[in-house]
Design a binder for this molecule. Structure first.
Ligand code: CA
Length: 227
């Protein structure tokens, strides 16, 4: 009898322990999922060698993924960006980074992106932003042109010539065909893959994707990230 009574209780103990363990693991998994969704745990970009506007000390890092052939990016650059610049960059709240996601035109998009990376590396941040601005400005308003090859080396050099010296243009023209600047675009593209970005412009605030539609929502997101 004593032996029979002991056996069932010996079997029950491990099963209780098993349920307890399953419960604990489930709590841990739920905890991790909740943590992963908290805005403060945004994607950790490496901002080295990326052009930016704003003060180095600014708390908030805004990233735009763009394509120089993208009409919506041109629109963003002319309507949304000036507001960001006035309210968030010039006030020292945020830094604004531009990363490349060239995908619209098989040749033009990548050529402009690589050339722009070379402008940044060879001539510095100020010239990069002037060139960047001008390149979007020169993008034709006729959106059917996004399928036409326009960003030839000649065109890119002519555009750069409007913001810097002939000597500097030649410096970039020589440098941009080296693998270095293609690799910088590839680095930006690795983020596109990792984050599963599917279009341009796509905006991140401290590593968290902006999903709203209005400037007010964006401003609110940056304000929260600054706290
Ligand atoms: Ca880049």
């Amino acid at each position: 009898m004593a032996k029979k009574q002991k056996k069932p209780s010996a079997k029950k103990q491990p099963s209780k322990f098993l349920y307890w363990m399953i419960g604990l693991v489930a709590v841990c998994i739920i905890g991790l999922v909740v943590l992963a969704n908290l805005p403060k745990d945004g994607f950790d970009f490496d901002y080295t060698d990326q052009p930016f506007l704003g003060e180095k000390s600014a708390d908030v890092n805004i990233v735009e993924f763009g394509d120089y052939k993208c009409p919506v990016c041109k629109n963003f650059n002319q309507s949304f960006f000036p507001l960001i610049e006035k309210d968030l960059i010039n006030t020292g709240k945020a830094k604004f980074y531009y990363m490349n996601y060239p995908f619209i035109h098989p040749v033009d998009s990548t050529r402009a992106a690589v050339f722009a990376e070379a402008v940044y590396a060879e001539l510095g941040n100020d010239t990069f932003w002037k060139f960047h601005e001008l390149l979007y400005e020169k993008q034709p308003d006729d959106t059917s042109k996004e399928n036409v090859e326009l960003n030839t080396e000649e065109f890119l050099k002519e555009t750069l010539k409007e913001v810097t010296s002939d000597e500097n243009v030649e410096k970039v023209a020589k440098a941009y065909s080296s693998e270095t600047y293609q690799k910088r675009v590839d680095k930006d593209l690795s983020y596109v893959d990792t984050l599963n970005i599917t279009g341009t412009p796509t905006i991140y605030v401290n590593g968290v994707k902006f999903e709203g539609n209005s400037y007010e929502e964006f401003q609110e997101m940056v304000d929260k990230a600054a706290k």
